[in-house]
Design a protein around this ligand. Structure first.
Ligand SMILES: CC(C)(COP(=O)(O)OP(=O)(O)OC[C@H]1O[C@@H](n2cnc3c(N)ncnc32)[C@H](O)[C@@H]1OP(=O)(O)O)[C@@H](O)C(=O)NCCC(=O)NCCS
Length: 174
């Protein structure tokens, strides 16, 4: 699966994040303390750098898309996408965070909706992701956006996470 980052949103400018962006990403992380309560430690620049390059086992840089969504020059969201993980045809969202002052207005849902539309058109079968068990904001958001719980498991981010999926084919309408 090849993802064309520029096509991920028609509303905002999506592009690959680079080392130069670390400071603005860190600011966005810092404004979201609830997330790091469930996925410690606290945000740091080092953590941003690690996230920028982190790969699940068996994957390489070519499958990784660490994406920034911009409104003009302002970074409004960060998404980590892994293509064909855990298996071919599945896109895995490793991380998704919206700037705090943009939350609660449907923007996160709109971006996820655009992502689903793009991936479906590109032939992806499914999206998977995980949230830290008990994080009310994350759970509410992903269930509201049509993801269904698959199982409880362990991840690098937290000891207990809920793995969830959204099918993009068959009789699962977007
Ligand atoms: C999750 C997130 C991306 C949602 O973005 P958003 O633009 O606010 O999303 P929307 O406005 O489309 O929807 C937010 C929903 O969550 C609800 N919500 C917000 N904070 C909440 C909380 N603490 N507990 C429960 N629900 C919460 C809102 O009420 C809204 O639901 P509603 O439409 O049924 O009222 C954003 O809150 C965020 O970046 N959080 C921190 C990072 C994170 O948790 N990412 C997901 C895990 S990978």
């Amino acid at each position: 699966m090849k993802i064309d980052i520029e096509q991920l949103s028609l509303t905002y400018h999506a592009r690959k994040l680079k080392e130069d962006d670390i400071q603005s990403i860190y600011q966005l992380y810092q404004d979201n303390p609830l997330y790091f309560q469930y996925c410690p430690p606290e945000a740091s620049e080092e953590m941003v750098r690690d996230d920028m390059h982190a790969l699940p086992e068996g994957k390489t840089e070519k499958d990784k898309y660490f994406v920034g969504y911009y409104d003009q020059d302002e970074l409004i969201a960060v998404m980590d996408l892994i293509a064909d993980y855990p298996t071919a045809g599945i896109a895995f969202i490793g991380f998704f965070m919206l700037a705090e002052d943009r939350q609660g207005k449907g923007t996160g849902s709109a971006l996820v909706n655009e992502l689903c539309t793009y991936l479906k058109k590109s032939g992806a079968a499914q999206i998977q992701l995980a949230w830290a068990k008990g994080n009310p904001q994350a759970e509410h958001f992903w269930l509201k956006n049509g993801f269904v719980k698959v199982k409880e498991t362990k991840s690098n981010a937290a000891d207990c996470v809920i793995l969830a999926e959204k099918k993009l084919r068959g009789d699962d309408p977007l």
